[in-house]
Design a protein. Structure first.
Length: 114
C-alpha cells in the first residue's frame, strides 16, 4: 500500500501563488510516476502535471509557464508550485502515485478569487 497526503491548498486572489505538497509513504517503488490532477465542479478530472522517475515532466497546456512540478526523492514528496493563478484554476487538486499500482490522495481545495 501507498498513502498520499496532500497539503497547501487554500484561497488565493487571482495572480497569486500557492505551493502544493504531496508526501508518499508505504511501499514505494523507485520506478514510479507522481503527478497532480484537478477536478473542477461539473468537469472531468484532468492531468495538471506529472513527473516520471527518470525526471521527465509533462504539463497540460493551460498551466505551462505558470506551474512547476518537482520532487524530492529523499522525502518521497512531490510539489506543485502554482504562480499567476487564474479563476479557471479553481478545483480540487489530487496527488497520484502509480507504478504497477495506482493510488490517489484525498484532494486539496484550491480556490482562486478574482
Amino acid at each position: 500500500q501507498v498513502q498520499l497526503v496532500e497539503s497547501g491548498g487554500g484561497l488565493v486572489q487571482a495572480g497569486g501563488s500557492l505551493r502544493l505538497a504531496c508526501v508518499a509513504s508505504g511501499r514505494i517503488s523507485n520506478i514510479n510516476v507522481m503527478g497532480w490532477y484537478r477536478q473542477a465542479p461539473g468537469k472531468q478530472r484532468e492531468l495538471v502535471a506529472q513527473i516520471i522517475w527518470t525526471g521527465n515532466i509533462n504539463y497540460t497546456d493551460s498551466v505551462k509557464g505558470r506551474f512547476t512540478i518537482s520532487r524530492d526523492n529523499a522525502k518521497n514528496t512531490v510539489y506543485l508550485q502554482m504562480n499567476n493563478l487564474k479563476d479557471e484554476d479553481t478545483a480540487v487538486y489530487y496527488c497520484r502515485y502509480h507504478d504497477i499500482r495506482d493510488y490517489w490522495g484525498q484532494g486539496t481545495q484550491v480556490t482562486v478569487s478574482s
